[in-house]
Design a protein around this ligand. Sequence first.
Ligand code: PTJ
Length: 259
Amino acid sequence: MTEIPPDHPRYLSLKERHGIIDGMHQKIVAEAGLIAHGRGEAFDYLLGEKTPDYALEQEKAAVAHLLLAKNSVISINGNVAILCPDSLVQLAEETGAKLEVNLFYRTVEREQNIKQILLDAGAKEILGVELGETAATIPEITHNRRIVDPEGIFKADVVFVPLEDGDRTMALRKMGKIVLCVDLNPLSRTSVWSNVTIVNHVRRAAQEMVDIAKELKNLSREKLSEILDNYDNNSMLKDSVKYMAERLLTLSQEKLQEG
Ligand code: PTJ
């Protein structure tokens, strides 16, 4: 593993980048996962690599959905298995959600490696691995993400898809499910199609959601529903875009004056 000096100004970001690269060599992250991560980094630069206030509101709404669900599932891919396995396992525990491995670039080796990471992080049950003939499929999708666990995503009412590509979100919505996502790109198809989109880095979002779940889990169903009463994903996405646009302008004024 490449050593990053802890005093490097972008220590955390570089450490994470190398974690993703190592994850690819260990057959956890897909090769395309590196490209996806780079795209995420560019958007996170616009957030100043910090959680904005609007994201906390999005995270609260997502947690409320998870707590209100009859049957919720957190979908795990290669990138999130490297970036935040502990937080996602804790979030499942705090909200009663199941964990399911669901991969775009599906191989049995990657499924097993990701399952092991989740077990090491304390998970007890992991769905979606080596499904073979027991697999269910999501209608309308032709790629590998269509393969789902009949006991997991297939029958869930709420599905949390941290870091996703667009078509499955659309297909899950068409199946009548509530979809929650984390995506640093507020204009991606996943972002636009989800019921609740969290525009934040998945590592920060997952950790913050664990803390929020600890706070909210003792609320009544009425109080949890109130959080969602006036929630409008489209308007929250507009807030996210506005935040990024304003930060880009401020940043460019600062940086360009420096030179
Ligand atoms: O592990 P697999 O086989 O399931 O494959 C996973 C990847 C990520 C390769 C696959 O889902 C994919 O190709 O995703 P996309 O279409 O590149 O979309 C990824 C989205 O996540 C993009 O909109 C990125 O901006 C966003 N993103 C990337 N890194 C982060 C992120 N959002 C939040 N936090 C991040 N760290």
